[in-house]
Write a protein that binds this ligand. Structure first.
Ligand code: FAD
Length: 380
């Protein structure tokens, strides 16, 4: 097992925090389609937003397994949207700052994000392009010794409440594709940066998802993260971590839902016996249990390689693809086993059914994962 006594202690702390401070509020936050901004400083105070960043930046100096513990325990908070918002902050928008950022950028963006004093967002997707990242049209051109940015981003998690965004923009020509892309760190308060609208969604209700616009947004040269023209490759590295942590969180969510459904099947009676006593249902539960166990172990095996510094792109893509398929199966089967109650808004399974669907779309769709696997593992 990859987890040490330290990880176990961390798990206990997070589980208690989730049970005490998140779970009781989940229904209210889901209904409000928002959760208080104060959650970020609170989690920062507990050290949960910088688990694997070095202590010199305010982090806990942990390894990748600490991040997995957090993702797994957040799956118990009753709102996929809260877990996702936190994950964007700790595991998606900030890792590239740590890896590619200058010392000044780390002090200005990473340190306050770890403390929860600044909320981060990651802006890749646009109205006209999502899967095809190399085709982004948001453009940054050299202007007055810095850069002028124009364009828009869509479906951006934390976009409404963020203090800054890690933005993917085109600095080369459209024909240069992946080679003409650069990452920028842009403060929300910069003139011309606006939230066009907050979007309504099928699930993940407590997270905020925005359409953002950039109209003559002037940023200094120091806003460039990493190398000019290398943004696509920096981003591909980020996406591996995002897919892996998303997979770990999704398996954990499936496990939580499975446990709840198992309890339900043992208690709910029909035709004079618990519904788990019908062989057809028992077998469904066994299938889900098997799928979840295999998924979890596969994700752990890939995480072990990622933690060692390897770059297992095909395996990460396979993990995300398979976890997505299993998650959908778990959600559908668990809802069915709940009968009419499963269709009610008050049932946890109905929220999970909606929330869990995102894994097959966000951070690269199933089809994109298949294309990556075809190319990297099968040379197709
Ligand atoms: C709730 C939510 C939160 C999100 N948060 C963020 C965020 O914080 N930051 C961010 O940048 N983005 C975010 N996204 C965007 C998400 O990553 C994209 O929606 C996703 O990558 C797909 O892009 P798209 O929506 O443009 O779909 P498209 O690329 O238009 O795809 C449409 C369909 O075509 C298929 N398709 C595309 N290309 C191929 C191909 N080559 N072969 C076969 N099929 C193909 C796709 O698989 C899909 O089924 C979020 C999305 C959602 C729903």
């Amino acid at each position: 097992m990859p987890f040490t006594a330290e990880h176990d202690a961390l798990r206990e702390t997070v589980r208690e925090f989730v049970a005490r401070e998140l779970r009781p509020n989940a229904d209210e936050w889901e209904a409000a389609e928002y959760f208080p901004d104060s959650l970020f400083p609170r989690m920062g105070e507990l050290g949960l937003l910088g688990l694997r960043y070095p202590e010199e930046y305010g982090g806990q100096g942990g390894d990748y397994w600490s991040a997995i513990v957090l993702a797994e325990e957040m799956a118990r908070c009753g709102s996929g949207g809260v877990g996702m918002a936190v994950s964007v902050q700790a595991e998606m928008a900030t890792p590239p700052i740590f890896k590619f950022g200058t010392e000044e950028q780390k002090q200005r963006y990473l340190v306050p994000a770890i403390r929860g004093q600044k909320v981060a967002a990651l802006g890749i997707t646009e109205p006209d392009t999502g899967s095809d990242v190399a085709s982004v049209r948001t453009r940054a051109v050299r202007h007055n010794g810095g850069w002028r940015i124009n364009g828009s981003k869509l479906y951006i998690t934390n976009g409404v409440r963020c203090d800054y965004i890690l933005l993917v923009a085109r600095t080369g020509t459209q024909e240069e594709g992946a080679h003409g892309i650069t990452l920028f760190l842009v403060d929300k308060e910069t003139p011309g940066f606006a939230v066009s609208r907050k979007l309504k969604k099928l699930g993940m209700h407590a997270s905020d998802t925005a359409e953002l616009s950039f109209s003559d947004v002037d940023v200094p040269e120091s806003a460039v993260l990493g190398e000019v023209g290398q943004g696509f490759y920096h981003l591909m590295w980020e996406l591996q971590g995002e897919r892996l942590i998303g997979s770990a969180g999704s398996v954990a969510g499936a496990e939580v839902m499975f446990e709840e459904t198992l309890r339900w099947c043992k208690e709910r009676e029909a035709f004079g016996r618990p519904i788990a006593r019908f062989q057809v249902n028992r077998h469904k539960l066994v299938d889900l249990y098997t799928d979840i166990s295999i998924c979890k172990n596969y994700v752990y095996s890939v995480a072990e390689r990622w933690d060692k510094g390897e770059y297992p792109v095909a395996e990460i893509s396979m993990a995300k693809l398979f976890v997505g398929q299993v998650t959908t199966r778990v959600a559908d089967t668990c809802l069915q086993l709940h009968g009419g109650f499963g269709y009610m808004s008050e049932a946890h399974i109905s929220r999970y059914f909606r929330d869990s669907r995102l894994i097959r779309i966000g951070a690269g769709t199933d089809e994109v994962m298949k294309e990556i696997i075809a190319k990297t593992a099968l040379d197709l």
